[in-house]
Structures are given as structure tokens and as C-alpha cells.
Write a protein that binds this ligand. Sequence first.
Ligand code: ATP
Length: 146
Amino acid sequence: MKPAALKTQVSSGGVIFRRNRDIIEIAMISLKGGSVWCLPKGVIDKGESAEETALREVKEETGLKGRIIERLGKITYWYYLKEENVKYKKTVHFFLMEYESGDISNHDWEVDSVSWFPINEAIKKAIYKGEKEMMEKAKKRLTNSH
Ligand code: ATP
């Protein structure tokens, strides 16, 4: 087989939170039959800003509308797509968002389920290290300002 081609891909997503009394809750999506919990995100379309993508993808995947508080940072990972024989270097930007409206019952059919979790539980549930780090940042930001 030919050596894998190398491509880059850039996505954007959100750590969307709400306060339930004193507890900060984060919305997460589950994939692969519920075995993987992660943050909502998606590929940045042509002409779209990272902020616009994050708001759009959070809305599409979770059913929730948020407003951006600040940029949390970006994560990078590699994955291999067998069907294309392509190695992707992927960057994902993440934004802290405050929940405004909408309901998780309106989540995307491609997502197995959506749930609100207290932030400490969300950090534990997250399967990817980079996403855990984004939520740790969000936690710091949200607990220092109160
Ligand atoms: P997008 O949600 O941006 O449209 P996608 O669903 O096509 O993207 P990814 O979620 O990037 O693709 O998943 C591609 C591969 O990378 C999968 O094997 C997935 O398990 C893995 N992956 C996803 N997120 C991470 C991460 N934060 N760290 C490491 N590997 C990841």
C-alpha cells in the first residue's frame, strides 16, 4: 500500500455550562453507542470563524444555544482514516460558553445522547486528555470569578 497522505483538519467546539445552585454543569455528548463522552465540536466551514463554528456545532449537536464568554485554547491530535489512507493532523479550538436557551432533547440524531454533568464528573467522564484539560481551564475560570 502507498504511504499515507498527510492532511490537516481544523474544528471548533464548546464547553457549554450552566449553574445549578452552586454547581457548574457542562453538557457533553456520547458517541459510539454511549461508550465515549466528549465535547461538542465540528469542522470549520469555509468563510466561518472559529467562534461561529463553535456556536453552530454546539447548537446542532446538543440542541443548546450559548453565548461565548472566552476562548479556552486549542488541542491537537493525529488520527488515521483507513478508507482514505490519510493521516490527519487535527486542531480543535474550544470556547467557554454560557447556556442561554434550548433543550438537550433536541440533540442531533448522529449523537447517541446528551447530558448535563457537574463539572468534576464531566472531567472524569471525558475520554480525551485534551478535552479534560479544556474543562479544567473552564473550571478555573468559572470558580475564580466568584
Ligand atoms: P468533527 O467532530 O470535528 O467533525 P469527526 O467526528 O470527523 O470530527 P474526530 O472526532 O476528530 O472526527 O475523530 C476522529 C478520530 O480521532 C477518532 O478515532 C476519535 O476517536 C479520535 N479523537 C477525537 N477527539 C480526540 C481527541 N481530543 N484526542 C485524541 N483523539 C481524538
